[in-house]
Design a protein around this ligand. Structure first.
Ligand SMILES: C[S@@+](CC[C@H](N)C(=O)[O-])C[C@H]1O[C@@H](n2cnc3c(N)ncnc32)[C@H](O)[C@@H]1O
Length: 186
């Protein structure tokens, strides 16, 4: 999958649910690419951590206040990712994953949320092949898969799956879900 240009606009799904993340809480963008969501949460006043195997798209953010960039391969080792492996203490008030899928990471992603932490996930899904890449089942969510991934661990705020036309025709699946049992401020 190509890395979006650093100035690509944020996903409307991520923008919609960004206000649910605790004010001032640290946000992790896994496979951050050009950093469109790092930049979104930075503008909203959050300390941000961006992780990618290629940090070229966020080089301009390096050294910024409250920005931590981690170069790592998410697909090596047992899960390829754990909160303890990151150069920051504690868990995350928000985790964003967009246009990236490596299924073995799901448990580690859920475990990296603090109580009340918000997961915002959006990526391509079954049926996308007719629009181009990604087309491999390895990179396409199965019907309802994000719901299954969070079941019993997170509260689902919103879930969608289907065809979109903007920013380009694609089949996607997306979820916003929160750690903990407290009623959600909708
Ligand atoms: C399609 S881009 C999405 C970037 C960003 N999430 C966005 O939506 O703008 C996929 C990203 O996953 C990263 N990536 C792919 N395989 C990876 C791996 N094994 N470990 C870490 N990052 C990886 C790529 O470098 C790329 O930046």
């Amino acid at each position: 999958m190509p890395t979006p240009h650093p100035l690509s606009p944020p996903s409307s799904w991520v923008e919609r649910f960004a206000p649910l993340v605790r004010a001032g809480g640290r946000v992790l963008d896994l496979a951050c690419g050009g950093g469109r969501h790092l930049r979104l949460f930075q503008r909203r006043g959050h300390p941000v951590v961006g992780l990618d195997c290629d940090l070229g798209g966020v080089a301009d953010l390096d050294g910024g206040a409250d920005i931590t960039l981690v170069q790592a391969d998410l697909e090596s080792g047992d899960s390829g990712f754990s909160p303890e492996s990151l150069p920051v203490d504690g868990r995350f008030a928000g985790i964003v994953v967009t246009n990236y899928l490596h299924r073995p990471l799901f448990p580690a992603i859920l475990a990296a949320l603090e109580p009340g932490g918000v997961l915002i996930y959006e990526t391509f899904a079954d049926g996308n092949a007719r629009f181009g890449r990604p087309s491999s089942p390895d990179f396409l969510l199965r019907r309802g898969e994000l719901l299954e991934a969070v079941r019993g661990t997170l509260q689902v705020v919103a879930f969608e799956q289907g065809e979109i036309s903007v920013p380009k025709p694609a089949v996607v699946q997306r979820i916003c879900a929160v750690a903990g049992d407290d009623p959600l401020p909708l």
